[in-house]
Design a protein around this ligand. Structure first.
Ligand SMILES: *Cc1c(COP(=O)(O)O)cnc(C)c1O
Length: 409
């Protein structure tokens, strides 16, 4: 309960006190408790409203309370919530058809989170290599920095010591090359490698767009060395960067792609997509997940895909991202505290010259919820349905917090 920002937050304070007694301390939670949301607005337990630039960490792609999403989920709740993957349901098929229709992927495996999608991708790459080459060629090359999840295998793939500190020994079979450095990556590949796992834009590690040609170079390297190229689009997928999938900015296609965060518009869902040849290495019994592909989350994902592709949300998100970016560049030109503007589409960030935590507190006091991505990076992943007026409102709040001199002058 260290720093409740303003006085008289009585309901919030009592919720935080209850949480402190029963929840594990895995998160340094922001001292705010949300009770409702609509569009890009959140309401806290004491009735205060905020502009949401976090969207549940890039999950609520259609914002809060989107009428079509709510209706589809409600209909599905009334009809059928879960039967498992031992049976067929129409929503799992429709969601998979939509994903196949809009991507390079021929087949989909659904799961419940980003880490689980990456676990599946790692297993698929290992299985393909085992089937084609026998044991011994199982290592996965990923990057420093990077973030691929919190399970033992995905934290072993993650290029960030803080994520794996205290959990050693790591899972065997992961090596790291410097992100963005093609020559070093090529030098790191050995005959024991079966895959390259890479975020097409770094998310948690600071919102970093790789140098032009990096992803294309990885594609060439993977082809030359017979490696499975896996793009972790958990954060940079589903329209977040102004294209449906971040790698489309580079015109490069992976062999395997993972999705999660924005895919379901809120409910937990992940997906693993692969070409026919690679997907064929998973056979009955190879892989599974009890909750995955349940009709509830798949009904949500279908609405998200429909809204993005047929409802104009993708184009509008790209426009909003461009507007936001121009505004951020203008702020950066006026504020000595902004070192760099980063990101693409509505996956945006400001590298600051100082710690981000007090900036997030000041923004919250000004009624805006944003994220960090490392100690000095302010990250914004607003709902993709953010309006022009809301982008301008966000920029005005950032201006008040980051360019105080310009405002008071
Ligand atoms: C969030 C994230 C993950 C992990 O997703 P979870 O759903 O938290 O398991 C993996 N990769 C990337 C790029 C992410 O941004």
């Amino acid at each position: 309960m260290a720093n409740i920002p303003l006085v008289a937050r009585t309901v919030t304070a009592s919720l935080i006190a209850r949480a402190d007694r029963v929840l594990m301390h895995t998160y340094a939670r922001t001292p705010v408790a949300f009770v409702a949301g609509e569009g890009c607005r959140l309401t806290d337990a004491d009735g205060r409203t905020y502009l949401d630039l976090a969207a549940g960490v890039g999950v609520c792609s259609l914002g809060h309370g989107h009428p079509r999403l709510v209706q589809a989920l409600q209909n599905q709740v009334d009809r059928l919530i879960q039967v498992s993957n031992l049976y067929y349901t129409e929503p799992m098929i429709t969601a998979a058809e939509r994903l196949v229709a809009c991507s390079f992927g021929d087949r989909v495996f659904f799961c419940n989170s980003g880490a689980e999608a990456n676990e599946g991708a790692i297993k698929l790459a290992r299985k393909r290599s085992f089937d084609d080459h026998g044991p011994g060629r199982y290592r996965v090359l990923s990057f420093t920095p990077s973030f691929h999840g919190r399970t033992l295998a995905t934290l072993s793939a993650t290029g960030n010591e803080k994520i794996w500190h205290g959990f050693t020994p790591l899972v065997d079979g992961f090596d790291h090359a410097p992100y963005g450095d093609l020559a070093a990556t090529a030098a790191a590949v050995t005959d024991a490698h079966c895959a390259i796992l890479v975020e097409p834009i770094l998310g948690e590690s600071g919102v970093v767009v790789p140098p032009a040609g990096f992803l294309a170079g990885l594609r060439r390297l993977a082809d030359e060395r017979g490696l499975t190229l896996i793009f972790d689009c958990v954060q940079a997928g589903m329209g977040r960067t102004g294209k449906l999938f971040a790698y489309q900015h580079e015109g490069v296609v992976p062999d395997v792609m993972t999705l999660a965060k924005g895919l379901g518009g809120g409910p937990p869902i992940g997906a693993l997509l692969a070409t026919e040849e690679i997907a064929s290495h998973f056979t009955p019994g190879s892989h599974g997940s009890t909750f995955a592909a349940n009709p509830l989350v798949c009904a949500g994902a279908t609405v998200v895909l429909d809204e993005l592709l047929d409802g104009g949300v993708l184009e509008e998100a790209a426009e909003r991202g461009a507007r936001f970016r121009i505004g951020l560049e203008a702020l950066a030109a006026r504020s000595a505290r902004i070192v760099e503007v980063r990101g693409r589409g509505l996956m945006l960030a400001l590298l600051l010259d100082s710690p981000v935590a007090p900036v997030l507190d000041a923004l919250r006091a000004a009624g805006v919820i944003a994220l960090s991505a490392g100690p000095d990076v302010l990250r914004m992943l607003p709902p993709l349905i953010i309006s022009e007026a809301e982008v301008d409102e966000a920029l005005a709040a950032l201006e008040r917090v980051l360019c105080r001199d310009a405002v008071s002058g």
